[in-house]
Design a protein around this ligand. Structure first.
Ligand SMILES: [Zn+2]
Length: 357
């Protein structure tokens, strides 16, 4: 069970803004927490952060990876009367933006805004009534009446997130903005915590990598993987829970909230490493679900496995409802099981561990 201080860290990590390309604040929170469970931490030039537990130079190095960034928006344009047009950072959904509170971040601090929603009484087709808006149709009101006033508070290029934060729907179900994938950073940090405690059983070196810029193409993971070339990688991200109304499970697979982390098969997922993980799950009575990867996993796994001469990689995921929205919803039971699965997998590896097909 996750203790109180772990849950406090989870909440702090999730509410700290970390939009793609602007992850420094969230990375600071992560690195400060994980320092206690690592021999060493470091960051690279774009801000990906890494924590390391070293056993010896003669054993394989296993990388645990998550991405630190969240989708968001960016200030694109300011009109003469002070309304702000946004563009997306990563896969932000413009059709859910209206009538939300947003926060704009810059060196001077935080600016609150609301995304304008023309009253239902006043809507006509000219102002977007009844239409799914694109980002160019969205405007943010920050309570000013001119471009000059707006420019005293914000600049073109400032990052933006929804203001929604963290909450419990029940003892087990959490909801918030940016569970994708701040919760992955939490998973690899908690895994380090467990491994550090069981250090006498650890036979391999461990790198925990919290990468920047996944949501725009998996770039942070590429930089750090190329630099460190681990012998295997276990990646964690969120995946679509498909157990809510209106989702075609024949098309998208069956994944249920609360039925455990998922193991992915196909694509970048290395057969022998996946089998190793399934074996660990079975020995430790951890319930897992299965997902098929058709072409790409859509995660940092795709950026990691093919670096240089190839790295056996596997993706284990947390089921998530309402991905890329401010009400992303997940189960703490799945979260705990995912952490156990990752930690037990690392602890099961031998000093001469290899993976081949
Ligand atoms: Zn993600």
């Amino acid at each position: 069970m996750l203790d109180k201080s772990s849950l406090e860290f989870l909440e702090r990590l999730i509410i700290t803004p970390s939009p793609t390309g602007y992850e420094a604040e969230g990375q600071k929170v992560w690195r400060e927490y994980v320092t206690e469970f690592a021999d060493k931490t470091e960051s690279d030039t774009y801000g990906s952060a890494l924590a390391r537990l070293t056993v010896s130079n003669d054993v394989p190095t296993i990388m645990l990876e998550a991405h630190a960034d969240e989708i968001g928006m960016i200030v694109q344009h300011i009109s003469d009367d002070g309304f702000i047009t946004l563009n997306k950072l990563g896969g932000s959904d413009s059709t859910i933006a209206r009538a939300k509170r947003v926060t704009i971040y810059n060196k001077r601090g935080r600016v609150s805004g609301v995304v304008g929603n023309t009253a239902i009484h006043l809507q006509d087709t000219k102002n977007g009534g009844g239409k799914q808006p694109a980002w160019k149709d969205i405007f943010v009101d920050i309570g000013v009446s001119s471009k000059e006033e707006a420019l005293e508070l914000v600049q073109i290029g400032d990052p933006v997130t929804y203001t929604d934060e963290f909450d419990f729907l029940s003892d087990e179900i959490i909801t918030g903005r940016a569970l994708d994938n701040r919760i992955g950073g939490f998973v690899i940090a908690q895994t380090m915590k467990i491994i550090k405690r069981k250090r006498k059983d650890l036979k391999v070196n461990v790198l925990a990598l919290n990468s920047v810029q996944e949501e725009v193409g998996g770039f942070g993971a590429r930089m750090m993987t190329y630099r460190h070339m681990p012998d295997a990688a276990i990646v964690t991200d969120v995946t679509h829970a498909t157990d809510t109304p209106g989702i075609n499970q024949k098309e998208h697979g069956t994944v249920k909230l609360g039925d455990g982390p998922t193991v992915q098969h196909g694509g970048a997922n290395h057969l022998a490493l996946v089998e190793f993980i399934e074996d660990v799950a079975s020995k430790n009575n951890i319930q897992i679900q299965h997902e098929a990867t058709s072409i790409r996993t859509g995660t940092d796994t795709d950026s990691i496995f093919f670096q240089q001469t190839g790295i056996p990689s596997a993706l284990i995921s947390l089921p998530l409802r309402y991905m890329h929205s401010p009400v992303e919803t997940a189960s703490l039971k799945d979260l705990e099981d995912l952490i156990s699965l990752m930690a037990e997998t690392v602890l099961a590896m031998k000093p001469d561990q290899t993976f081949s097909v």
